[in-house]
Design a protein around this ligand. Structure first.
Ligand SMILES: CC(C)(COP(=O)(O)OP(=O)(O)OC[C@H]1O[C@@H](n2cnc3c(N)ncnc32)[C@H](O)[C@@H]1OP(=O)(O)O)[C@@H](O)C(=O)NCCC(=O)NCCS
Length: 169
């Protein structure tokens, strides 16, 4: 298994992984399934912004992906990003999420980002454990800010400070 930049040919599996999360999990709070064109536009947006979209792959194809984008659109947040990481259902628990996140964190540091935010559904114990293992610390919980599958969802924020710059200059 290795981590590399996503390519157009990866979009079919990325779309499947995304749609599986939409249809079956509270990891993502969307309800609309997407097609490959939607993910192609998303990939192009990320690359245009200078942000990575990484995949973990082996001879079997894409096993998972991870990316980040701006956390909030206002100027003052430009050193802060929010990421997402998804591993194919049959490949979880093999270190793939950790490998994707380790490379994503490294690339965030390389382009000078200062804080990485994870917004995780509060019952997603696997994701919270993954992030804590990587050094993220919980900074807040927002009860009932979301809904899916007929119930309210709580949101847990975790963050990783990426460098020790005393000022943003
Ligand atoms: C969360 C997710 C990305 C983790 O990826 P993964 O490849 O399964 O994770 P790893 O095998 O790298 O596990 C790394 C660590 O995370 C923790 N962890 C991962 N899954 C866990 C689970 N189900 N329960 C408890 N801890 C878990 C463990 O500490 C693990 O380390 P260990 O195996 O040495 O104990 C993956 O389960 C996934 O894609 N889930 C669905 C989508 C999702 O929730 N994405 C995150 C949205 S915020």
């Amino acid at each position: 298994m290795h981590i590399r930049d996503a390519e157009i040919a990866d979009l079919e599996t990325i779309t499947e992984i995304y749609n599986d999360a939409v249809a079956n999990t509270t990891a993502i709070w969307n309800e609309r399934l997407v097609d490959v064109d939607d993910r192609a536009a998303w990939l192009a947006d990320r690359l245009r912004a200078g942000y990575p979209v990484l995949v973990a792959s082996d001879d079997d194809g894409v096993l998972g992906y991870a990316t980040f984008g701006d956390w909030r659109p206002h100027d003052g947040y430009r050193h802060t990003i929010e990421h997402s990481v998804y591993v194919r259902g049959d490949q979880r628990g093999r270190g793939i999420g950790s490998a994707l996140m380790t490379e994503l964190i490294s690339q965030a540091r390389t382009i000078g980002k200062h804080v990485m935010v994870a917004a995780v559904e509060s019952d997603n114990a696997g994701s919270i454990a993954l992030h804590e293992r990587l050094g993220f610390v919980e900074t807040g919980r927002m009860p009932q800010v979301g809904m899916k599958f007929g119930r309210w969802l709580d949101l847990t924020f975790l963050q990783l400070i990426l460098d020790d710059r005393p000022t943003p200059a």
